[in-house]
Design a protein around this ligand. Structure first.
Ligand SMILES: [Zn+2]
Length: 417
């Protein structure tokens, strides 16, 4: 199959969607967290219908879904393609002014709306592969929204290609665009059963060629440290200060390892991220992260041992130590059906790239879906620096993502390259 002569719509769709402010909100009690996401949702429904998916619809939660019917007789799994419509609450998505830097020739990119916002070559190793590419950025006053509107545009452009090329065989394809992914709620009301996909892919990754098949394993630890409060004027030999116990415990943590600020790649960490309280009761909350469950257990045992040691120096003090499971590495689920990742790697190869497996130092909606019974690794979008005014996406890499999606459904249909 050839994409040389395909009149890609991926860039036009992308530039259209970034016009819509779809920032989600951590503070909101509603679902979706912001009504404005549904304004884009309605546009997506119309665009899907126009592409040729007449059943496109948005439900009351803001989930947009549609179906492309199978065109081959062989029994082929139903494949889901998933992206999210919201953008990060961390950076404004109001009045995004996309800038196209055509034929990039290397060097730093200074953004036109705020000269202090510079996409530096030194901080962006991905730029070295972009020579001759067209790079889209914001003007530096907002985020761009490539996370994840690039993914939406890529899925839609791939569907359009498939409809224009009926000779490409594929099984039934289900599409979903979710709200509220950035606040960790993208799958909250997502009905896996009704969606009806056997396997799925989120199109929400970064560098071209990458397939992400691992997330952290994550737990939360809460330490409630109880001291003894007495009038400080008459406290000799009686008062036990929970603040001091908590401080000593935290100060005993290693300074050169095991923290977010000293780890990368496959290294895990313990991260005290919240402390509150007083003399009588001080509560410390930790995030625990590792790619293996044993790594979590080891880190939790280390914390327990440290607080137990510290508290021995404070007779009368007590600690309540609670571990709560947050989420698990999606690889544990994906390993049950290796074809899901293998087919994605094959699709990247067929699109002329060297595939690379990567891991996510966080969780994803795909990981949540894996544990809801729908395996869903993550495909690249070509975007970089998500949740930042320095976000950028390569036009050529977006087109590569479209190619990968087209190849992917073909691989699943058992059609040879
Ligand atoms: Zn995203």
């Amino acid at each position: 199959m050839s994409f040389e002569n395909y009149d890609h719509t991926v860039v036009d769709l992308f530039l259209k969607y970034v016009n819509y402010d779809t920032q989600s909100s951590e503070e909101s009690q509603t679902y979706p967290s912001t009504d404005k996401q549904k304004i884009l949702g309605a546009v997506l429904v119309e665009d899907l219908k126009q592409i040729g998916l007449p059943d496109a619809a948005m439900d009351t939660y803001g989930y947009v879904t549609a179906t492309l019917q199978a065109n081959c007789n062989r029994k082929t799994p139903v494949i889901g393609l998933i992206a999210h419509m919201d953008t990060s609450p961390e950076v404004s998505g109001t009045d995004v002014k996309p800038q196209i830097h055509s034929n990039y020739r290397g060097g730093d990119i200074t953004l036109s709306g705020d000269a202090s916002q510079i996409i530096r070559e030194a901080d962006n190793p991905g730029l070295k592969d972009q020579s001759g590419h067209d790079i889209i950025t914001s003007d530096g006053t907002t985020l761009l929204g490539a996370d994840n509107k690039a993914g939406i545009a890529e899925i839609f452009d791939a569907l359009r290609y498939l409809i224009k090329h009926p000779e490409i065989e594929h099984g039934t394809i289900r599409v979903a665009v979710t709200p509220d992914e950035e606040i960790g709620a993208g799958t909250k009301y997502f009905d896996v059963q009704a969606f009806g996909a056997d396997y799925a892919y989120t199109v929400d990754g970064e560098t071209a060629g990458e397939i992400e098949n691992e997330t952290f394993c994550a737990d939360a630890v809460t330490m409630k440290i109880s001291g003894v409060n007495v009038h400080p004027g008459y406290a000799k030999g009686k008062l036990v200060n929970a603040i001091k116990i908590a401080s000593e415990m935290i100060a005993s943590l290693p300074k050169d390892r095991l923290s977010p600020e000293t780890t990368e790649k496959r290294e895990g960490y313990v991260h005290p991220h919240h402390i509150s309280g007083g003399v009588e009761l001080t509560t410390v909350k930790f995030l625990i992260r590792d790619f293996e469950e044993q790594g979590l257990k080891d880190k939790e045992a280390m914390l327990k041992e440290r607080i137990d040691t510290v508290i021995k120096g404070y007779p009368g003090a007590r600690v309540d130590f609670q571990v709560e499971e947050s989420y698990r590495n999606m690889r544990f689920q994906l390993d049950q059906e290796p074809r899901v990742v293998e087919h994605a790697l094959e699709a990247v190869r067929r699109a002329g790239m060297e595939p690379k497996l990567n891991l996510i130092r966080g969780g994803t909606d795909g990981a949540k879906l894996c544990y809801k019974g729908l395996l869903a690794p993550n495909i690249f979008t070509g975007g970089h620096n998500f949740h930042s005014k320095l976000e950028w996406v390569s036009v050529q890499d977006m087109k590569k993502a479209v190619e990968v999606i087209v190849h992917l459904v073909q691989v699943w249909a058992g059609q040879v390259a």
